[in-house]
Design a protein around this ligand. Structure first.
Ligand code: ITT
Length: 252
């Protein structure tokens, strides 16, 4: 987990595009200069999460912003000391919204929360919203992966399939919610599809990354750098949707 010195995840430099930057003199009467100015909107958000893997990824993502938004993402102050939020809803979107809403009651700043997980076709969508709790409270990532592998083996036996015939398709889903002043302002979701391996590969990432094979790159998510994973991941895609929302939203 980042220490107190790391609280501010990232402040992006402001970039403004103007007619002058285009290097051309345009006739003012046909194209007013104001219409060529892209304003940079600045936001300060508090990230409500205790997951060190997510925090590392958001730290990198927050440094890769488009020029239209300048975002400072800070860790929610004293996150562990706040009453925790019980994620009991059946969807990622509802859990993310509930989490953001819950923590927004302790601050006047906008709060961002992420609910995410692995949806496995052969297991009827499990572990899904239970991804963090799949192997019980306090389990390690290795224990969660072991449980997943075990369930896939059970399913293979139950369906009388060979390992090669097992449907290994799975997707990671991420819902990011923004809440401010006790109201949900937005929920942005996305996913990434891959296949499950029997044995872990790679040491990067977190959670189920070592068994999540991403065919377009021929690697697991745990064999990618954070930058590479963010390009393709559920979280990276949902985060970029959130930036688009911030760039155009009059709400925040
Ligand atoms: P916070 O609620 O404090 O953010 P959490 O770990 O409880 O942390 P979630 O309820 O969203 O977060 O559970 C997400 C779980 O899904 C996480 O613990 C991983 O096991 C898995 N997961 C989510 N995104 C993942 C990713 O990018 N790579 C691997 N596993 C992921």
């Amino acid at each position: 987990m980042p220490g107190p010195a790391d609280r501010s995840i990232r402040a992006t430099p402001v970039t403004t595009a103007t007619a002058a930057a285009a290097g051309e003199a345009l006739p003012a009467e046909t194209l007013p200069v104001e219409k060529l100015t892209t304003e940079t909107k600045a936001f300060r958000l508090l990230l409500a999460s205790s997951n060190a893997g997510k925090l590392r990824e958001y730290r990198v993502l927050a440094g890769e912003q488009p020029s239209a938004v300048s975002l400072t993402l800070e860790l929610f102050p004293d996150f562990a000391g706040r009453p925790s939020f019980e994620e009991t809803a059946p969807t990622f979107a509802e859990n993310a919204a509930g989490k953001a809403l819950h923590y927004s009651r302790f601050t006047s700043l906008p709060v961002m929360a992420d609910d995410s997980g692995l949806v496995v076709t052969a297991l009827g969508g499990a572990p899904g919203v239970y991804s963090a709790r799949y192997a019980g409270p306090g389990a390690t990532d290795a224990q969660r992966i072991a449980k997943l592998t075990e369930k896939l083996q059970d399913e293979m036996r139950r369906a009388g399939r060979s390992s090669a015939a097992l449907d290994r398709s799975a997707r990671f889903v991420c819902a990011i919610a923004l809440a401010v002043h006790g109201r949900v302002a937005a929920v942005l979701s996305d996913s990434v599809s891959g296949e499950l391996l029997d044995r872990p590969r790679g040491n990067a990432g977190f959670g189920y990354d070592p068994v999540f094979w991403f065919p377009p790159l021929g690697k697991t998510f745990a064999e990618m750098s954070e930058e590479e994973k963010n390009l393709y991941s559920h979280r990276g895609k949902a985060f970029r949707k959130m930036l688009e929302f911030l760039a155009s939203s009059p709400v925040l």
